[in-house]
Ligand binder design. Structure first.
Ligand code: G3P
Length: 239
């Protein structure tokens, strides 16, 4: 499907944003044409899981593949042993934006990461501070003016932390301070986690293909759809 390049993106527009957390083009091709995802998020771990090289050459190939699909924003993460190397990968990734497909650069929310993020933001990049675990880190991301702060809910729970409460505290901070950063809840393992947080007013989530498939699955909907078609055929609804 062709992209509608006439769409003007209002980055501050309120409302739901769903991201597919995947570096696997087959998963992009399955879910993005369904039209519900605002964007795609990737990182080196997701590249590793998908067997995709973490090289600028491959990122250019992947973003070219992604740009043919229906969504607005591709988030890609810096890598490098030094701040300079991280900045360089981030600058090159930022250049992979295409008509109708904005790029956001993800940077781990370490002290060094902020140095990198500042340099990238000065050259015009929009930033996601990622691998966020504490409400204080969200305060910092908002102070910085990051477009997104991405807490890792599932990993908090794995570490025995009260992840839901922590994520809700982060949400509260952004709500009460009027911070413009969006809380991009990541490391979601079940559809129920997304639904639970959405009921509490969180509106920006990234999850992988398994959670996406879970959200799309309902036996009762499948049964109803089959009944509709059977009734249509019964009542002359032939081609
Ligand atoms: O985007 C977050 C993700 O890469 C971490 O998720 O499932 O490895 O905890 P997970």
């Amino acid at each position: 499907m062709a992209l509608d390049n006439s769409k003007q993106i209002d980055f501050n527009a309120p409302g739901l944003r769903l991201f597919l957390d995947s570096a696997e083009p087959r998963e992009w091709e399955r879910f993005l044409p369904l039209g519900v995802f605002y964007g795609v998020t990737t990182n080196p771990l997701l590249l590793q899981r998908a067997g995709q090289a973490c090289t600028l050459k491959n990122m250019a190939t992947l973003s070219g593949q992604a740009a043919k699909l229906v969504f607005r924003e591709l988030q890609m993460q810096v890598w490098g042993d030094t701040s300079d190397e991280m900045c360089e990968s981030g600058r090159q990734l930022a250049q992979l934006a295409a008509p109708g497909m904005e790029v956001v650069i993800k940077v781990p929310a370490t002290e060094d990461g902020y140095q990198v993020a500042r340099r990238l933001a000065q050259s015009g990049a929009r930033i996601t501070m990622t691998a966020v675990y504490t409400p204080g880190q969200v305060l910092l991301a908002a102070g910085f003016g990051a477009a997104y702060a991405a807490p890792y809910l599932g990993r908090m729970l794995d570490a025995g932390q009260p992840g839901r409460d922590i994520v809700l505290a982060m949400h509260e901070i952004l709500k009460t301070t009027g911070g413009a950063s969006r809380l991009l809840v990541a490391s979601l393992r079940q559809a129920a986690q997304v639904v639970d947080l959405a009921q509490l007013g969180l509106d920006t989530f990234t999850f992988g293909a398994a959670v996406a498939a879970e959200l799309f699955t309902s036996d009762l909907t499948d049964q109803a759809a089959a009944q509709f078609q059977a009734a249509a055929l019964d009542m002359g609804g032939q081609k």
